[in-house]
Each structure stands twice: as C-alpha cells, then as structure tokens.
Ligand binder design. Structure first.
Ligand code: NAD
Length: 288
C-alpha cells in the first residue's frame, strides 16, 4: 500500500517506520521532526496526493483540522484518511464530515500503549468510522498494533479513548492517595500492594503501573518518575473528557476532580515533565 504519514513525533516516527519495515511504501511529512529511514515529502499535500491511506499523528484537534484542510483536497478518490492522534470528539467528527463531503472516508483511530507500544508495534487502536474504511486500514493496524476495536461511527474511537483515560486518571489518583494514607497509618507499601493487587481495590494503576518505587512490576516510579506517560498528557486527556462531558451533558464529578488535581500538579507544582504516577510523592509530601 502507498501510505502518507503526517506527524513524525515520538509516536508517529516509530509507527511509520514499522509500516515501512513491513514493506509498505511510506512517505512522511512533519513541520519539524525528521525521521531516518523514511522518504519525506515537502508538504502534507504532496505526501497525501498519491496515497491509498493518509495517517495523521498530531498534537491536537486544531492542528488536525489545519492538516485536514491541506490533505483532503489532495487525496485521490477511494483513499482513506486515518487520524491516530488523541483529539476532541468534535474535531474528529468535523474532519470525518469534511472527508465525506469530498467523497472520501475517514477514521478516528486513537491509540493506547504509549511510545513503547509504538516502537514495539503493540498499540491498541480504538476506531470510529465506516466499515469499509476500517477493513482497508485493518492490515496496517495489525502491523502497528496488537488489537484494533471498531467502536462505531465517526468520533466513537475518540469517545472510547477519553472514557478509558478518564478512568485511568481517576484510578491513578485513588491509588496514589491510598498509598499516602497507608504510609501515614504505618502500613508497609509492599504489604499494601500484596493485598490490594489481589483484592477488590486492584486496577491497572496498581497492578501493572504501580506508582510506588520498588513495589510491583517495573514502572516509571522505579525510574525517578521519568515518563512513561507524562502528567501533562494525562491533563490533556482529562481536559478532553471534561469538554466532551460538558458538550454531551454528562455528569462526571470524579473526572472533573482528577482534571483539577492534574491541572494543579502540572501548572502550579512540579508535575510538568514527570510521569503521571508522580502523584504519589505529591500526596505523600502533603499533610492535611
Ligand atoms: P509529538 O509532539 O512528539 O509529535 C507530534 C508531531 O506533529 C511533531 O513532530 C510536530 O512537529 C508535528 N506537527 C505539528 N504540527 C504539524 C503540522 N501542521 N503538519 C505536520 N506535522 C506537524 O507528540 P506524540 O507524543 O507523538 O503524540 C502524538 C499524538 O498521540 C497526540 O495526540 C498524543 O496525545 C497522542 N498519544 C501520545 C502518547 C504518548 O505516550 N506520547 C500515547 C497515546 C497517544
């Protein structure tokens, strides 16, 4: 397949390289980043003009809309636009409509799995958009990831992503504040892990990504809280879930509180550039 890959940052570059290494003809474009091993075009439109599938991996919905304005008029009939960025549901739906009006199909296909998953080709894709476009891109999802779930119509992939990450933000905070409480009650962190990881308080945050250094499987806590998944990316996703909740009229008080705490941590404390699990030293260092 001929593939255009727009946005060759931390995630996009390894995803594009995996496609090229699997034998696809990949043409990349990025306004700043360069990637060894890929053929590069001079513009997003030039990369897209000959492609069967145009993949985007960009910072946010505003930039996605700008890039969509550039690539959609350049794409050939029958081509599919597949956005893998994490963006707001409204931008995903607007881009899908724009593509449809131009006679093209679009998918929103955000990912879970982080930079490690992008490099290893083990991402999970959550996908919104038409069946035939999903079928066209599925072989590429299979190269870049281990699983692709077709969640529904346009925007359903982004909806799944922000709901998942709202749960993640809330459970990470709950896990961190429980460890900080355990400390103050004199309960050993390893004992706390041994109990909770096999009791009803277990979660991915506790069992797979334990925020306490030296406890549970290796995680960013064991690497001085270097990301991993940066606190500011968690804040971005919580901002998206709260924006979606307010436009859909959903009541998400725990999501709102998690957003507030990550905002405080990133903007007014030392959270920027640290893993999102560094909420544990934050709570442990505070007294009521
Ligand atoms: P990044 O900032 O490393 O990469 C984004 C790239 O887009 C940059 O190289 C930038 O130069 C490029 N870009 C910006 N404007 C452009 C334009 N107009 N045309 C072409 N290229 C342009 O970010 P990332 O970590 O690769 O994340 C990309 C997306 O994936 C984000 O939406 C993020 O939320 C999502 N995501 C990231 C992770 C992660 O762990 N990093 C995990 C899951 C999802």
């Amino acid at each position: 397949m001929k593939i255009a890959f727009i946005g060759l940052g931390n995630m996009g570059a390894p995803m594009a390289l995996n496609l090229a290494q699997a034998g696809h003809q990949v043409t990349g474009f990025d306004t700043a980043a360069r990637s060894d091993g890929l053929t590069l075009a001079d513009s997003a439109a030039a990369a897209a003009s000959d492609a069967d599938v145009v993949i985007t991996m960009l910072p946010n919905g505003q930039i996605l809309r700008t890039v969509a304005d550039q690539v959609i008029p350049a794409m050939k009939p029958g081509a599919v636009l597949c956005d893998c960025s994490t963006v707001d549901v409204d931008s995903a739906r607007a881009v899908a409509q724009q593509a449809q009006a131009a006679g093209l199909a679009a998918l929103d296909a955000p990912v879970s799995g982080g930079i490690g998953g992008a490099q290893a080709g083990t991402l999970t894709f959550m996908v919104g958009g038409p069946d035939d476009a999903f079928a066209t891109v599925q072989p590429l999802f299979d190269i870049m990831g281990q699983k692709a779930v077709h969640c529904g119509d346009a925007g359903a992939g982004q909806a799944a992503k922000i709901c998942n990450n709202m749960i993640l933000g809330v459970t990470m905070i709950a896990t961190c504040e429980a460890f900080a409480l355990a400390d103050k009650l004199g309960l050993d962190r390893q004992k706390m892990f041994d109990v909770v990881s096999t009791s009803s308080g277990y979660s991915w945050s506790m069992n797979a990504y334990c925020p306490a250094p030296g406890v549970g499987p290796k995680s960013p806590a064991d690497n001085d809280y270097k990301p991993g998944f940066a606190a500011e990316l968690m804040l971005k996703d919580l901002n998206l879930s709260q924006a979606a909740a307010s436009s859909a009229g959903a009541d998400t008080p725990m999501g709102a509180l998690a957003q507030q705490l990550y905002h405080q941590f990133v903007e007014h404390e030392d959270g920027r550039g640290r893993d999102f699990s560094a909420m544990l030293p934050r709570f442990a260092g505070k007294n009521r």
